[in-house]
Design a protein around this ligand. Structure first.
Ligand SMILES: O=C(O)c1ccccc1N[C@@H]1O[C@H](COP(=O)(O)O)[C@@H](O)[C@H]1O
Length: 211
């Protein structure tokens, strides 16, 4: 199966167009106010309205409450919820309440961190392995940090999964070859400044993913 790609933290119609033209399977819209990629609901609605359903729209959240989810789902016409720092029971409740696919982010620095993924069986439909950000960091993701891909060697994935954290157009082919990731996810690696996506980098990332 070819590896598919999610371009995350898109904030303009132009960069969403670049992701779609380049063959991105998923686009990510961030709903987390401390993030430079955060979208308010009106902005998200404007971006999502013209989009075809063929590209999966993923909303990115950090332990969201129901009100945040309801407004974001409606505004972004979301298909999938990517949940950071959200406990398994809460993920299960969100999946049941919304009926949407839920991805759980697992923050990785050590091999032991991977075991967290098993707790999401029955709750999440996919695990997103991401680099653990330092204590006190403003964001739990989207910081361009990479974890040691060797940690995934021999790991028995309990659920479908995706690889993220510090990917970019230069390293993504190696990441796929090294880990066998079925889906790769990038945000800061296709930016020219925090929150500012670069159309050429998006195109290069997607080309490298498909090569
Ligand atoms: O991108 C953000 O601002 C963000 C905010 C809150 C949670 C997650 C966020 N991004 C996710 O982080 C990973 C990795 O990003 P990067 O490529 O290392 O910059 C990715 O899954 C984003 O969806």
């Amino acid at each position: 199966m070819p590896t598919t790609a999610k371009i995350c933290g898109l904030t303009t119609p132009e960069t969403i167009g670049a992701a779609i033209r380049g063959g991105s399977s998923h686009i990510g819209l961030v709903f987390f106010p401390p993030s430079p990629r955060h979208l308010d609901f009106d902005r998200a609605a404007g971006l999502a309205a013209p989009l075809p359903d063929s590209v999966t729209r993923v909303g990115v959240f950090v332990d969201p409450d129901d009100a945040m989810l309801d407004r974001a789902i409606a505004a972004g016409r979301l298909h999938t919820l990517q949940l950071h720092k959200t406990a398994p029971a809460r993920v299960a409740a969100i999946a049941g309440r919304t009926g949407l696919e839920c991805w759980s982010a697992v923050a990785v620095r050590t091999r032991a961190d991977l075991d967290e993924a098993r707790h999401f069986i029955g709750a999440a439909t996919r695990i997103l392995y991401d680099a653990k950000t330092p204590p006190g960091a403003a964001l739990p993701g989207g910081m361009g940090l990479r974890f040691d891909w060797n940690l995934l060697d021999g790991f028995r994935h309990p659920l479908p999964w995706a690889l993220s954290g510090g990917l970019d157009p230069v390293n993504v082919a190696e990441a796929i070859a090294r880990t066998g990731a079925p889906l790769v996810d990038v945000s800061s690696g296709v930016e020219r400044a925090p929150g500012v996506k670069d159309m050429d980098k998006i195109a290069a990332f997607l080309q490298a993913t498909q090569a």
